[in-house]
Design a protein around this ligand. Structure first.
Ligand SMILES: [Zn+2]
Ligand SMILES: [Zn+2]
Length: 369
């Protein structure tokens, strides 16, 4: 099956600044940040409109755009930023990737940010194939659609300083535009249209991860905040996930180098200090040539390599010569929904509502307009 991606969702922010009663229809997604040039295209004739209301009609095909002193250069024309790229009835392309809605080129110092503006529903269709893949079972896809929609709507100010709502990478949610869309995930979005997860009338913090290793965890051990619906639950549905158990060796010197800010010398031993009820390490004591250093285990994982060290649910950490051997369970931060667990529950016939209720107890599904 298609790999389920770990969404970094380093959702340190827990602001629910957006009310579920006043939801904007469109979302602005930063698809390219600090670009100097790009190739635009359209399946039909299209037009561009610049900041001084200059309108250019372009025939279908491609056109190169580059940053210039005044704004951007397109063919022989100089346009002032921001520039709106309207596909009329066609599909718009940026560097050969197709997008729903329209594009906007905005100023970012002496570079440009390329923003895709489209409906929230179309945005979620472009997220799902990237964040969970289409082979996960209809009910698991529907659960993911609800939490991806909720996540987007409750984090609309995350990139306000750059002129858009959310980015298209794991920092927010991976978004692939139209190129990634497939029938199964589109259907999951349609069947949950407008549904969001709430707690006491506010958007819930819908954290999710690839697989929990047996039990999900409480974010209070990492981020100093907690929510009544994110206390951690037993999962037991993700035992067949690719990284249900994993082993990884890493050069001790590389670890010291990555932790240079902590003044770590040659590593002699790494001790696991305390475990959460879900089995994750709380802290690590690193014994090295310059002394002893305590580090938060989750932050240690991120500092070293979150893709090699799959989780901070360590079974053992052994130092032998110049190598450190890690053994552990699960993939991701363990908070909120376990994607492989959701897939397992869907296979056992559970509905998306049951899946959401399991991983985010006490929350309610509500409709946004
Ligand atoms: Zn982002
Ligand atoms: Zn799980």
């Amino acid at each position: 099956m298609k790999k389920i991606f770990t969404c970094a969702l380093l959702a340190l922010l827990c602001t629910n600044a957006y009310s579920i009663n006043k939801v904007q229809k469109n979302i602005a997604v930063g698809i390219m940040v600090d670009a100097t040039s790009l190739e635009l295209g359209s399946s039909k004739d299209f037009y561009v409109l610049d900041a001084s209301n200059r309108k250019l009609k372009l025939t279908k095909g491609t056109v190169n755009v580059s940053r210039s002193a005044k704004g951007v250069k397109m063919k022989k024309y100089e346009l002032s930023l921001p520039v709106k790229i309207n596909p009329s009835n066609g599909i718009i392309f940026a560097n050969s990737k197709p997008y729903q809605g329209y594009l906007k080129l905005i100023k970012s110092g002496n570079k440009i940010n390329v923003v895709n503006i489209l409906t929230i529903e179309d945005y979620v269709k472009g997220v799902l194939p990237k964040e969970i893949g289409s082979a996960s079972g209809k009910e698991a896809l529907k659960a993911q659609a609800v939490i991806s929609r909720t996540y987007a709507l409750s984090n609309l100010s995350r990139h306000a300083h750059q002129g858009f709502n959310v980015c298209a990478t794991t920092h927010c949610q991976v978004y692939g535009g139209l190129s990634g869309e497939v029938h199964a995930t589109d259907q999951a979005v349609r069947e949950t249209q407008g549904e969001v997860l709430t707690y006491e009338g506010e958007f819930a913090q819908t954290l999710f991860h690839s697989n929990c290793g047996g039990r999900t965890d409480n974010p209070k051990y990492v981020w100093d905040w907690e929510k009544p619906y994110l206390k951690g639950v037993k999962c037991g549905y993700c035992r067949k996930a690719p990284y249900a158990k994993w082993e990884q060796e890493i050069d001790a010197n590389l670890i010291s180098k990555k932790l240079a800010n902590n003044n770590i010398g040659k590593i002699k031993k790494i001790k696991i200090k305390g475990k959460t009820p879900a089995g994750a390490a709380k802290e690590l004591e690193i014994i090295h040539s310059k002394g002893k250093t305590m580090l938060n285990a989750y932050k240690f994982r991120l500092a070293i390599d979150e893709y090699k060290i799959k989780s901070h649910t360590f079974d053992s950490i052994k130092v032998k010569g110049d190598k450190v051997y890690f053994k552990g369970k699960g993939y991701g931060h363990k908070f909120g929904l376990c994607q492989w667990g959701a897939k397992g529950m869907a296979e056992k016939g559970k509905t998306y509502k049951k899946i959401l209720e399991h991983f985010y107890p006490k929350t309610k599904i509500k409709m946004v307009d």
